[in-house]
Design a binder for this molecule. Structure first.
Ligand code: CA
Length: 226
């Protein structure tokens, strides 16, 4: 009897871990592994752990509160992938950038239905990345996603987390993934409050040393000038 209980407990804890288990972040390139076709994992993956809460939104658009993560891409990328899930839960990730808000709220069980956009600005080099320029930059949405079946379900068992992949379109300078300032916009699908911990990952099929991900424009400028 005792053995059965221990086995059940072990099984339950495995299930709980699996609930938030993130698979490798695969890109658009596929390869055959035996009989299976798989998406080749991105070579460069940057992870950011954050916490969104009432009142710290960056913008309100169409009744939705938007939060932004600024992303500096140091070189031409053939493709970018972005995925986000909430809450962070038990997800295990190596070398994640932990924001102060996340560290202060890491035990929070609050989560939200994510919705992401990948946007590029008209700022293409470090010299142009001044506070004034960033505040008045023009942003062009390259891709967006609400719910992805490739992501772990939320604690309610729903497929509400997001994933997008975007291939550079070199023929059009406004759609090409050249070096410069990008941002990931996130909100909840529904209008209203956004609250909870979240994990955001940015993947690229090539090594991109010097990728910066931050919520703070001042920190971004500091890091660019280091
Ligand atoms: Ca969603």
């Amino acid at each position: 009897m005792k053995k059965v209980t221990i086995m059940l407990l072990a099984l339950a804890s495995i299930c709980q871990l699996n609930a938030q288990k993130l698979s490798k972040f695969g890109g658009l390139t596929e390869t055959k592994v035996g009989p299976k076709t798989i998406k080749v994992p991105y070579l460069n993956v940057t992870t950011y752990l954050g916490y969104a809460a009432q009142g710290n939104e960056d913008e309100v658009k169409d009744g939705k509160k938007y939060y932004y993560l600024y992303l500096w891409i140091p070189a031409v990328a053939p493709e970018l992938g972005v995925r986000m899930m909430s809450p962070v839960g038990n997800a295990k990730v190596k070398k994640a950038i932990e924001s102060d808000e996340f560290v202060e709220n890491k035990n929070s069980t609050a989560y939200f239905d994510t919705y992401i956009t990948l946007e590029r600005s008209d700022i293409k080099n470090k010299k142009g990345a001044t506070l004034e320029n960033i505040q008045k930059a023009n942003w062009n949405t390259l891709a967006r996603n609400d719910d992805s079946g490739e992501m772990p379900t939320n604690p309610g068992g729903r497929n509400y987390n997001s994933l997008l992949r975007y291939k550079s379109q070199i023929s059009d300078p406004t759609k090409a993934l050249t070096a410069g300032l990008y941002r990931i916009g996130f909100t909840t699908y529904k209008t209203g409050e956004v609250e909870g911990t979240f994990l955001a990952q940015i993947g690229a099929p090539i090594k991109l040393p010097g990728v910066i991900v931050t919520k703070d424009i001042t920190k971004l400028i500091e890091q660019l000038n280091q």
